[in-house]
Structures are given as C-alpha cells and as structure tokens.
Design a binder for this molecule. Sequence first.
Ligand code: 3H9
Length: 676
Amino acid sequence: MSDTPVSVTMERDGEIAIVIVNNPPVNALSWHVRQGLQDHFTAAIADESVKAIVLRCDGATFIAGADITEFGKAPQGPDFNSVLHMIEAAPKPVVAAIHGTALGGGLETALVCHYRVAVPSAKLGVPEVKLGLLPGAGGTQRLPRIVGVEMAAQMTSLGDPLSAKKALDAGLVDALAGEDSLAADAIAFAREAIAKGPRPSRERAVFGDVGAIEALKAANAKKWKGFEAPYANLACVEAATRLPFDEGMTFERTEFMKLMMGSQSAAQRHLFFAERQAAKIDGLPKDVQLRPVTKVGVIGAGTMGGGITMNFLQKGIPVTIVEMAEDALNRGVGVIRKNYEASAAKGRFTAEQVEKMMGILTPSLSLDDLADCDLIIEAVYENMDVKKDLFGKLDAIAKPGAILASNTSYLDVNEIASATKRPADVLGMHFFSPANVMKLLEVVRGDATAPDVLATAMAIGKTIGKVAVVAGVCHGFIGNRMLSQRQIPATQLLMEGALPDQVDQVHLDFGMPMGPFQMSDLAGLDIGWHRDPSRVETLRDAFCTAGRFGQKNGKGFYDYDEKRNRSVSAEANAIIEEFRSTSNLAKRDITTDEIIERTLYPMVNEGAKILAEGKAQRASDIDVVWIYGYGWPVYRGGPMFWANLEGLPKIVAALEKHGVEVAPLLREKAEKGERF
Ligand code: 3H9
C-alpha cells in the first residue's frame, strides 16, 4: 500500500468531473494535495467523456494556501507551478467552487481555474505579504489580468482578503452560489460553461493604471518602513504591466525566492506559528470546561479601565464600570464615548453602534453592583495594599465562580490572591496601553489559579481580539521584566557619553516604534520620584528636580511642542553632561554596535532566565509578547528569534565583555550550538 495520504478524490456528475480536496484543517497545498491535483486533473483532462471540471474542497474552507510547514524543507511531490499550468491549459472549462477562505496558493489555484463561483460568506485574498512573501505561483501576474493593476497592487501588498461580493464586483468571482448549495451550483455553472469553453487568465491583457503602485507606496510609507515584502509584491505587479506572461512569471519567481531565503520571511512565518502556539496552555487537561462570561465588571475608569472596558463593549459583552468618585466616573465614561464617537467619525462604527455599545455600559459608584459579574478586572492604582484591600472586598461581593483578575503590570498576583478565600479564581490580566488598541494580553497564572480560570481568561482574550500569552508570577511578568533590562543600561550609556537621541535613533533604526528615552518621556519621569529636590542621586532625580517630567509637561529627555513632536533639548543634554561630570566617568564615543549589545542583548539574557524559571511557556511566547505589546519589529521575529539570528555565542561573548552575568540557559544553548 502507498504511504501517500489520500487528500484529493474525484467524483462524476454526468459529463462533469468534480475534483475534491480534503486536507484538514485548512486544505493547505501539502505535497500530497499537489500530487492528487496533478493525478486527478491529468485523468479528467484525458477522459473524453468529461466536458468540464469542478474543483471544490471538503471541510471548513477552500484551499487556504501553500503548506507553510513545508517551507524550508526538501521539496517533495510535484512542483506547484507545473500543476497550476496544467490546470490552466485544460482544454475544457475548469470551475473553482469557493467557500471559507481562498488564500495565497489557494486563490492562485482558483486563478488558474477558468471560472470562479463562491458562496457569499467566502473570502478571497493573497496574504503572503503578512508572511514576508509574495504570491509565488502566478498570483502577481494573473491578478492584474483579472482585477486590474490597482486592485492587484492593493491585494498583494496589503494582504487583506476581499469579501465574495467585492470579488464579484471586481470580476474575480463570476457568480455567487447559495450558501448551502455550492457543490450543486458549481456543477450547474460548469455545465453552462461547456459552451463557453476554457478561459485561461494568462491569455488576458493586464489593465489599469500603473500609477496606483507609487500612490500605494506613498500612502503606506510609514507602515511599511523596514519591510521588504510589500515592495517586492508591488515590483512583481509592476513587472506584469510591461513583461509578457512567462517573463513576468520568471520575475515573480526570482523575487519570491529572494524573500523565501531571507530572514524577514523566516521571522514572519515564525510569528504566524508563535501566535497560534501561544494559545496553547501546557499541563492543562484537554477536557477543561470554560466558565461562561456574559457580564464583566471593571474597577477603575481611568485610561486603563476605560480601554479595557471598550474591548468588551465592542464585542457586545455588557460591562459594569466602578469608580470611587462621581466626577472620575463621569470623566471615564465621557472618554469612552468620545473615543467611540471619534472612531464613528472615521467610519469605523455607525452612530447606532456607538449608542448600542454605550447602552450596555453601566456606570456605578458601588462595588456591590459587581455581584452578578462573571469576570471582574481590577485596574486601579499600582499599590499592593490598595489591591489587597480591594480583592478582600471583592471576595465578599463577587458571586461564586466569578473570575477575579488584576490588571497589575508588576505586582505579585499570588499575594493579591491571598487577600481572598478563593485564590483559585484569581489571576492577572495585564493589558497594554492603550488597552483598546494594543493586541497583547499577558494572562498571569498564579500558584493557585484553577485550570478552567486560566483557560477562560485565555479564551476571553481571543474573544476580544487579543493575542493572549500565559505568564508566570514574577516582577514585571514577561514584557516589563525584560523592558527593565533595557532601560538600566540605556541610562548607563548616557553616563558614558551617549545622548538620548543617539540611543533612541539606534532603536528606531532597528525598527522599534520608539526608543528607551522616548518611552520614558511618554510614561513620565516623575513616576516613583521621591519629590525631594535636594536629593539628586540619579539622572532621573536630576531631570525631575529641573522640572522635566516628560511629555506631560512638554520637557523630559527631549523638548516637545504642543503636538508632542520631540526635538533635541540643549537643557536636557546639559543636565546629562553635568550629572556625568559628577560621576567621574570619562566621556567616550559610543558606537551603534555597543548600543545594541548593551540594551538589546540583556533583554535576551533576561528572556533566557524567564524561560528557565518557567515564567514563559516557550521562547516563541516571549517573541509574541514583544511584538504585540511593545512593537518589536515583526520582520525581526521577536527578541528570542532575533537572538538565534544574531548567534547565541556572539551574544554571550558581548554580555561577558560588558560585565553582564550570563543566564545559564543562554550559555548552555550557546555552548551546545542550540537555538531558542
Ligand atoms: C502561500 O500560499 C505561498 C504561495 O503563493 C505559493 C508559492 C509557491 N499551512 O489560523 P488557525 C494551521 S503562503 C500550514 O488557528 P482559523 C495553523 O497553524 C500561505 N498550516 O484557524 C493551525 O494549526 P494548529 C498563504 C496552516 O480558522 C490550524 O491550521 N496563506 C496553514 O482561525 C488552524 O489555523 C496564508 O497565509 C498553512 N497555510 O484561520 C493563510 N494555515 O491547529 C494562513 C493554517 O496546529 N492561514 N494552518 O495550531 C490563515 O490565515 C488562517 O489559518 C485561516 C484559518 C484564515 C486559513
């Protein structure tokens, strides 16, 4: 018996052959699918009694793309492009019947079919750019021939799918089928297409305005900074406008291989799997039942509490928001409304939706009103006594089975839980500011947190559109614990001769959205300041004593104008100079390499400690935290992935050179030639 999985079969309906792909979960184009397509199409083409062919899929979706797990491995099975050329060259009409998502190589397969029929709920797109790639099986050459240059440029460089309706309007889909009758409708369509005959896309002319490509580049310059793939996609679409089809295909192939072999796509593919892996919780029974969450309580109507609340309202989950004082409550609710109205003005919501969301928000001045909530998230002042007092009160109010979560960003969740008689129901849900925008949610698992509580918090994170990552209890959890290892040496570099904008620029060039000192200014330099101007023991004390508190008062490490644009500050630099002169440290030139080694390598080192202590389940979870919580550049795959690319021995050597104690796990991996 052959070892080849049977993932493609063929049926007959009179003169129509129906080729059916069945390769769960997403009908990816694994080698055996390509083999099956080749075998069955060869047979259907050769069979003279077959007058037209339908291609459809079983399961939840049409083909959702190439099998990403095969990338980077030795090729097996037939070459994808050869299979597609064979389908396109069929001397009888071929009809793709699309449901679910026709993505990437899946849409490229549909593009070589002569006709496309889709159910209204289907989505069609080429998301390769999100994996640092381009549609490398003719997508960039066939789309401009079917939907025109402008739409092809948009689809390939942005990667967002079209609805079936939009695809119909664009000519990408020829007819909509009934939601429940796709198989039969596609056969009927194929029967009618027999008279029309085949219609290969490659023979059609490219149409549309090539100027759209430059316009797209201009509109997305900021978003695409540092990324290679959007530009490579556009170069291929542009090539389609001036090269014959076969030459365009060669151009596409070259560009595809460049991306495939490069580090950016490796990083983006890593992130694709890392994000999905993060949802998996080690050591949890498979049959764990989630607790229902139909009503949420949020304590604190400040920036965090308000942002957290918005996540739930947008998903139609009612929230009771509690504040101590009426003016603070009114202010908080007012900000939520203002934010929604601003989004409505930009067309993100209708006025009716805004009212609906505000209609399921219940403002309250009493904790007692949280008695019927399934999940209560505390977002008050970051102080252990305040939090313990609050959790003690909640213990008396919350209904049995309610999940009690703290949005603390540093504090010991076990100690918070100890203030209740139900520590199994307590955990951390650490949102990142602005909480309605940032995608990361650190779910902090306390020593006593029950499995179903943890699983429910992770699931609710997904419901509200977050990427949730499990973290263990430690100071700052995964993200902030690593952040502090960046901030300390960054400040030390100022003492040795660097200036804030030099350090920040290295981080910006690396691809971070802001550097360490921009971040300090944003957070506020006076947070945690002792407020005694006569005590100037740290650089921060010197800044605060000089009345430089950061963005909030327009001066910190930088000067800020009324629009919060920063400029280098002579006064700030003079403070640094003066503080340095008192510390006996000689001023010297600091190189870009040293800034990287001293600010980013210690983060990797801390990541290794976090892993060894089991505070993160896996290295890729750390990458997810930094990408979605702190804007680590996607094309660098997160700090632990990046560390592998840098080379762990190189990192160990640099840490030693700079006098940093090397984490045993990092050293061990470097010595054994392993990777994170
Ligand atoms: C391409 O096509 C290149 C071509 O141009 C060819 C050039 C020559 N391969 O996301 P989910 C797994 S590049 C392998 O949780 P959902 C996924 O890891 C590709 N595996 O489900 C997960 O596994 P596990 C272009 C894949 O319902 C499971 O399937 N296509 C692939 O939320 C379920 O996934 C894309 O970029 C794959 N292609 O969303 C589409 N896709 O259960 C990528 C998924 O072990 N995929 N898996 O964790 C998606 O966007 C979503 O998965 C999809 C379903 C929307 C399809």
